[in-house]
Design a protein around this ligand. Structure first.
Ligand code: MSP
Length: 516
C-alpha cells in the first residue's frame, strides 16, 4: 500500500475486571465500520483495540475472584479478544497492557517526562474512586442517599494519603487551549468540546501519576515502591502499538492518531491528560477524539447490580451479526445516548433490512434471473427518471465520506436508505413485470438501472454489513478485486451479458414466536 494515506483509529482499551457487554461492542463496532470504510477508500489503515489490565480496580476484582491479577487479566482479556472475532472486527492489533512492549513504552515515556522536569515527587492527599480510577476535588463530590460522599459519576470515593509523583498538569492549560483552537476537529461532538474547554479554562491542578498503596501496575523506573497511575499507563497503549519509544517506522507513519473513539465518560482523560502528557514529552497530540453516548436497556441504566447487562454474543445469536451491527449504528444518532429494546431491534431488522433493502435486491435479482436469462441485462437509452436514480446512487460515495469523517454513522446509513426507498418507488412506478410483454427492451433497461443501483448500495454497505454485502456483490457477479471504492464509478458499472448466479435472499425477516 505504498503511497496510500495512513489512517490510525483506536478503541479505548477495556478493563479486564468485567465481561464484555453491549457498550464495549458498540465502541469497537463503530471503529470497525470506520476502519473498513477507510480501507475500501484506499487508506493505509491501522485499527487498534485491546485490554487495560493494571490498577486497583483489577487488583480488587482479582482478590474477590480468588485469582491472581494476572490470571484474571488473562481470562478476561481472552473474552474481549473473542468478542472482536464474533463482531467480525478487522482490527490490525490487539494490545494488552501487561505485555513487555507496553511496559517498556510506559517506562520510556515516564523517563522522558522526568528528564524534561514534567514529573516531581510529592505527597497526595485527597479523594480517589477505584471504580472510576480517578481523583476528585472536594467540590466535585455529591452526597449519596446515606449522606456518604460520592464521585460525580455516583461511584464511591475513598480518602487517599500517600507519597506520589505528580505531573505538572497545571502548567499546560494555555497550551491545551491553544491546541483545541489550532485543531478545531480535535474533540467531537461540539458539546463535548465545549465541556472540555470550560474544564480547562477553570484551571488545572497537578495530577497524581503514581500510587504506593498497591502493587498491580507498571513500576516507576528508579523508584519501585511506586506503580504508575493506571490512566498514564493505559493511554500510552496508543503509542506502544506504533512502536514507541522507536519513533521511526510505524510511529512515523501513523502518529498522531487520526481518531481515538471513546465513550462520553472518558473524554477528559483523552482530551486533557493525554494531549498534555504527549506535548510534555515533545510528542504530537492526537488529531481527534470523538465521544459517543451511552446505551440504556429498555429505558434502564445498564448495570451489573440491576442484572440487565446485554450480552452482545446472545444478541448476535438471536438476530444475526450484520443485523446487530446495523442496528447499533442506525438506531441512535452517534454521539447521543440511546436505548436498546428488542422491539426496536426487530422493527429495524424487519422493516429496513428485510423489507426495504432485502426486498429491493431480491425483487431485482429474481426478475433479472427469470426474465433476462440470468445475465446482467442490456440497457438502452436512459430516461430522466433512470438518470435521476443512477445519479442519486453515484452521489452516495461523497455523502458517505463526509458523514464518516464526522463519525455520523446514522447519517451515512440514512443517506443509503434514501436511495433504497427511491429505488423501491422506481420499481413500483416502472413496473418492469408489466413491461415484460409490452416492451421487453424497456424492461431490460429498468432492471439494469436497478441492478446498478444495488451494486452501489452493496459496495457502500460493506463497512456496516460485510457478510451480507459480500453476498449481494457475489449475486451481481462483481469480482472480489473490484469491490473497493476506486471501482464504484460508472466505468466499472455492471456489464450487460455477465452471467449471474441464482439469487438468494440476504436479509431474513424475524418471525416472532407466537406471531401470526
Ligand atoms: N479502561 C478504560 C479506558 C482506557 S482507554 C486508554 C475504560 N474501560 S471500560 O471498559 O470501563 O470502558 C470502555 C468503554 O466502554 C468506554 O468508552 C465506555 O464509555 C464504554 N461503555 C461502557 N458502558 C457503556 C454503555 N452502557 N453504553 C455505551 N458505551 C459504554 O474506561
Amino acid at each position: 500500500m505504498s503511497g496510500a494515506k495512513p489512517f490510525y483509529v483506536t478503541t479505548p482499551i477495556y478493563y479486564v475486571n468485567d465481561k464484555p457487554h453491549i457498550g464495549h461492542a458498540y465502541t469497537t463496532l463503530a471503529c470497525d465500520v470506520l476502519a473498513r470504510f477507510k480501507r475500501l477508500d484506499g487508506f493505509d489503515v491501522k485499527f487498534l483495540t485491546g485490554t487495560d489490565e493494571h490498577g486497583q480496580k483489577v487488583e480488587k476484582s482479582a482478590e474477590v475472584a480468588g485469582l491472581s491479577p494476572q490470571a484474571l487479566a488473562d481470562a478476561n482479556s481472552a473474552n474481549f479478544r473473542e468478542l472482536t472475532k464474533v463482531l467480525g472486527c478487522s482490527n490490525d492489533d490487539f494490545i494488552r497492557t501487561t505485555e513487555p512492549r507496553h511496559i517498556a513504552a510506559c517506562q520510556a515515556l515516564w523517563n522522558e517526562l522526568l528528564k524534561r522536569g514534567e514529573i516531581y515527587l510529592g505527597h497526595y492527599e485527597g479523594w480517589y474512586s477505584v471504580r472510576d480510577e480517578a481523583f476528585y476535588n472536594e467540590d466535585e463530590l455529591k452526597a449519596g442517599p446515606d449522606g456518604q460522599k460520592l464521585a460525580p459519576t455516583g461511584a464511591p470515593v475513598e480518602w487517599v494519603k500517600e507519597p506520589s509523583y505528580f505531573f505538572r498538569l497545571s502548567a499546560w492549560g494555555e497550551r491545551l487551549l491553544a491546541y483545541y483552537d489550532r485543531e478545531p476537529d480535535s474533540i467531537g461532538p461540539q458539546s463535548r468540546r465545549n465541556e472540555v474547554m470550560s474544564f480547562v479554562k477553570g484551571g488545572l491542578n497537578d495530577l497524581s501519576v503514581s500510587r504506593t498503596s498497591f502493587s498491580w501496575g507498571i513500576p516507576v523506573p528508579g523508584d519501585e515502591s511506586h506503580v504508575m497511575y493506571v490512566w498514564l499507563d493505559a493511554l500510552t497503549n496508543y503509542i506502544t502499538a506504533v512502536g514507541y519509544p522507536d519513533t521511526t517506522g510505524e510511529y512515523a507513519k501513523y502518529w498522531p492518531a487520526d481518531l481515538h473513539m471513546v465513550g462520553k465518560d472518558i473524554v477528559r482523560f483523552h482530551s486533557v491528560y493525554w494531549p498534555a502528557f504527549l506535548m510534555a514529552a515533545g510528542l504530537e497530540p492526537p488529531k481527534r477524539v470523538f465521544a459517543h453516548g451511552w446505551w440504556t436497556n429498555e429505558g434502564q441504566k445498564i448495570s451489573k447490580s440491576i442484572g440487565n447487562v446485554i450480552d452482545p454474543l446472545s444478541l448476535i445469536e438471536r438476530y444475526g451479526l450484520d443485523q446487530v451491527r446495523y442496528f447499533l449504528l442506525r438506531e441512535v444518532p452517534f454521539g447521543n445516548d440511546g436505548d436498546f429494546s428488542h422491539r426496536a431491534m426487530i422493527n429495524r431488522m424487519n422493516s429496513e433490512l428485510a423489507n426495504d433493502y432485502g426486498n429491493l435486491a431480491q425483487r431485482v435479482l429474481s426478475m433479472v434471473g427469470k426474465n433476462c436469462g440470468a445475465q446482467v441485462p442490456q440497457h438502452g437509452e436512459f430516461t430522466a427518471e433512470d438518470r435521476e436514480l443512477l445519479d442519486a446512487a453515484a452521489a452516495l460515495i461523497g455523502k458517505q465520506r463526509d458523514a464518516m469523517d464526522r463519525q455520523l454513522f446514522h447519517e451515512a446509513l440514512e443517506a443509503l436508505w434514501v436511495v433504497i426507498r427511491a429505488a423501491n418507488g422506481y420499481v413500483d412506478r416502472q413496473a418492469p413485470w408489466a413491461l415484460k410483454k409490452t416492451n421487453p427492451e424497456r424492461m431490460a433497461t429498468v432492471l439494469w438501472v436497478l441492478a446498478e443501483t444495488v451494486r452501489h448500495l452493496a459496495m457502500l454497505t460493506q463497512p456496516f454489513m460485510p457478510t451480507s454485502s459480500a453476498r449481494l456483490l457475489d449475486q451481481l457477479a462483481v469480482p472480489e478485486d473490484q469491490r473497493d471504492f476506486r471501482h464504484i464509478g460508472s466505468h466499472f458499472a455492471l456489464k450487460p451479458g455477465t452471467p449471474l448466479p441464482t439469487p438468494q435472499g440476504v436479509f431474513p425477516r424475524l418471525v416472532e414466536e407466537g406471531a401470526v
